[in-house]
Write a protein that binds this ligand. Structure first.
Ligand code: RFL
Ligand code: PHB
Length: 397
């Protein structure tokens, strides 16, 4: 078997890359470890930046998003005993966000792949990346006990944080930057109307977040100690804990109900430099992870795919490799901006076990400053909105 680009992983990064490359007439095959049903079941992200929304629309993937998604202008920050303030991204930058679930994006992408007859092979095992430093790499894998080989020009590693692609880069060529946080997020999805805004809460009992999926579907999170047992969190305990972390008037507004999903996610920042090795290019969580506090992970996967698909198109349309050569540096500029703001918001909004009085005062000061400074709000709005995608250098490409 032979194709132009092998894409490893059918998450949002892999499936979006497949769709864009197919629309540009570039042949590709997606290889996914899990079943399609499993991929479609994973409840994760929900907040899309304007750049992500625009790109999905540009490639004809925006129809259902525009019908079912919920547009909002920014986010509110509240903290114990003081007033809240709103980071108005629409006012400062004329950009908005869309609340639209990652599972819906996955569904839209699989349906687009079906319409196009795209080659998506699921439930593959023992995937190995070979000859990455030559112009003729290939992958081997097994499916239903049978081993296959797939030759290609390039490989896109879109297989998430625990995938095999990044591990195929020799460790001495990988510069890894990592930070683990000593807590996790317990999240629930509930068929109840959400609060009007996305609200981030800093409270002595820990961080909490009220988010939304649609007018009748809410997503809530609370900070929990690392190693917490999900079985110890009944719905009643969750609701009473989250209400205790919000100001009374917001807690009173929260409509409670049974959870339809409940899970705990660890928090981590991680970046792999380089995002390219020979003919292998990493995109999305395969190359970097952010704590969810900035809602940036999925959006970064989309911007990586934007840069990578543009680089593949320049190669296949015009024979130019410059954008491929620049891919890692270009993508990493935007990655680090989102990694930094996610780390900043995580530090600003969580209570760290063992934090000193000094740490607490510095955090309170930062919140006071943000609340009172127009300029600080504009700077936060710009980063929370996500940097614009960089235009290609017209002189060189
Ligand atoms: P994915 O989604 O992990 O997909 C990778 C795919 O690769 C497959 N795979 C393999 N396939 C073949 N062979 C192998 N050896 C393989 N190993 C793995 C996997 O089965 C999978 O199908 O990575 P991708 O595509 O890069 O997408 C990244 C996003 O999923 C992720 O960044 C976001 O979900 C992060 N995130 C959020 N991002 C946002 O932009 N906005 C948000 O509001 C937001 N909220 C969140 C989040 C992540 C969360 N969790 C659970 C970590 C909230 C939470 C709680
Ligand atoms: C979500 O709706 O799942 C969500 C919203 C904001 C975040 C993280 C997750 O920062």
């Amino acid at each position: 078997m032979k194709t132009q680009v092998v894409i490893i992983g059918a998450g949002p990064a892999g499936m979006l890359l497949c769709e864009i490359l197919s629309q540009h007439g570039i042949d590709c095959v997606v290889l996914e470890k899990n079943s399609r049903a499993h991929v479609l079941e994973r409840i994760r992200a929900g907040v899309l930046e304007q750049g992500t929304v625009d790109l999905l629309r540009q490639y004809g993937l925006g129809q259902r998003m525009d019908q079912e998604g919920h547009v909002h202008d920014g986010m509110k920050i509240v903290w114990a005993g003081r007033e809240s303030f709103f980071i108005d991204v629409k006012k400062h930058l004329n950009k908005q966000f869309m609340a639209y679930e990652q599972t819906n994006i996955q569904e839209d992408l699989f349906l687009a792949a079906d319409r196009r007859g795209a080659k998506v092979i699921t439930e593959v095992a023992n995937l190995q990346l070979m000859d990455l430093s030559s112009n003729h790499p290939h992958v081997t894998f097994t499916q239903n006990g049978e081993t296959s080989r797939l030759d290609c020009d390039y490989i896109a590693g879109c297989d998430g944080f625990h995938g095999v692609s990044r591990q195929s880069i020799p460790s001495e060529l990988r510069h890894e930057f990592e930070k683990e946080y000593p807590f996790g997020w317990l999240g629930i999805l509930s068929k109840t109307p959400p609060l009007q805004d996305i609200v981030y809460a800093n409270h002595p009992r820990g961080f909490a977040l009220a988010s939304m999926r649609s007018p009748s579907l809410s997503r809530y999170y609370i900070q929990v100690p690392m190693g917490s047992d999900i079985n110890e969190w009944s719905d009643d305990r969750f609701w009473s804990e989250i209400k205790s972390r919000f100001p009374k008037e917001m807690a009173d507004e929260m409509v409670t109900g049974p959870s339809i999903e409940k899970s705990i996610a660890p928090l981590r920042s991680y970046v792999c430099e380089t995002m390219r090795h020979g003919q292998l290019f990493l995109a999305g969580d395969a190359a970097h992870i952010v704590p969810p506090t900035g809602a940036k992970g999925l959006n970064l996967a989309v911007s990586d795919v934007f840069y990578l698909s543009r680089a593949f198109s320049a190669f296949y349309d015009q024979g130019k490799t410059q954008l491929l050569d620049e891919y890692s540096a270009t993508a990493l500029r935007r990655v680090w901006s989102s990694v930094r703001i996610s780390w900043y918001l995580t530090n600003l909004l969580h209570r760290f076990p063992g934090g000193s009085d000094f740490d607490q005062r510095a955090q309170e000061h930062e919140l006071d400053y943000l609340k009172s400074s127009y300029h600080a709000q504009v700077a936060l709005a710009e980063q929370y909105a996500g940097l614009p995608f960089e235009a290609r250098n017209a002189l060189n490409t």
